[in-house]
Write a protein that binds this ligand. Structure first.
Ligand SMILES: O=C(O)C(=O)C[C@H](O)[C@@H](O)CO
Length: 266
């Protein structure tokens, strides 16, 4: 039996728009809940949210029955953690801070078994092979890995065409917040110069025949990136949605309380 096919990899190769949501809340319940919302992909953020290997595995289990495909972001693009993430069953990875073709090539190698790469062989013990019940796992796993790399520095931007040319890279994601920081505009990804760099980065990715991706919670901006041709676009985060919705609800009732207190003459 071959490993399960990867719908995100296929959709990106066919340049079909994939809408995503970022998961920063490290609970399987919220992942399961968001998994029913209708997004094409959900990003489990192991870079900035408090996840470890067991909690990422719990997110993958929670999303197993979902039509939203799980993408995992490791804190750093190193072989040891990539091996652990693949063995717990992540098929799609978004690797932060990729700045060169050499780095992209090393990441491809970390995700593939020999002779194509250097992934360690131990999936017989692991969730990825359904604990060795997927008989053809070793022969079929490589073909279903989706490797997305994140370009988020000026150095990375300068090397987009070289990174895009590495076989085994399935898409390039621009990180607006880190790019803004690298450009001297920490905390201001909306700065016109950063936006100019983001848009030109997306255009160059698309021009290099790669799928381009990005995250923004600004709906107008998200639509403009989609109109530009971005293929995988995350349009919000669970943390922001919950934080905003709870604050707005509380504020509405605080306002009502103030007006009813006034009419009750307290
Ligand atoms: O640089 C960026 O932008 C990203 O990498 C995404 C962020 O980490 C962030 O917006 C997650 O909330």
């Amino acid at each position: 039996m071959p490993v399960a096919s990867n719908p995100l990899k296929k959709a990106l190769a066919e340049r079909r728009l994939q809408l995503g949501l970022w998961l920063g809340l490290p609970t399987a319940t919220t992942a399961e809940l968001c998994g029913g919302a209708g997004f094409d992909w959900l990003l489990v953020d192991g870079e900035h949210a408090p996840f470890d290997i067991p909690t990422i595995a719990a997110q993958l289990r929670a999303l197993e029955a979902s039509t939203s495909h799980a993408v995992v972001r490791p804190p750093i693009g190193e072989t040891w953690i990539i091996k652990q993430l693949l063995d717990i069953g992540a098929q799609s990875l978004l690797v932060p801070m990729v700045e060169s073709a050499e780095q992209a090539r090393a990441l491809v190698s970390a995700t593939r078994y020999p002779p194509r790469g250097i992934r360690g062989v131990g999936a017989a013990l692991a969730r990825a092979s359904s604990y060795n019940r997927v008989g053809d796992y070793l022969a079929t796993a490589d073909n279903e890995i989706c490797l997305l790399v994140q370009v988020e520095t000026l150095k990375g931007l300068a090397n987009i065409e070289e990174i895009a040319g590495i076989e085994g890279v399935d898409g390039i994601f621009i990180g607006p917040s880190d790019l803004a920081a690298d450009m001297g505009h920490l905390g201001n990804p909306g700065h016109p110069k950063v936006q100019e760099a983001v848009r030109s980065g997306l255009e160059r990715i698309i021009g290099s025949r790669q799928a381009a991706g990005i995250l923004t919670a600004d709906e107008t901006l998200a639509q403009s990136y989609i109109d530009l041709g971005a293929t995988f676009v995350a349009v919000g985060t669970d943390v922001t949605l919950l934080s905003r919705a709870t604050a707005e609800l509380a504020a509405r009732f605080q306002n009502k309380r103030q007006s009813s207190t006034a009419t009750q003459g307290y």
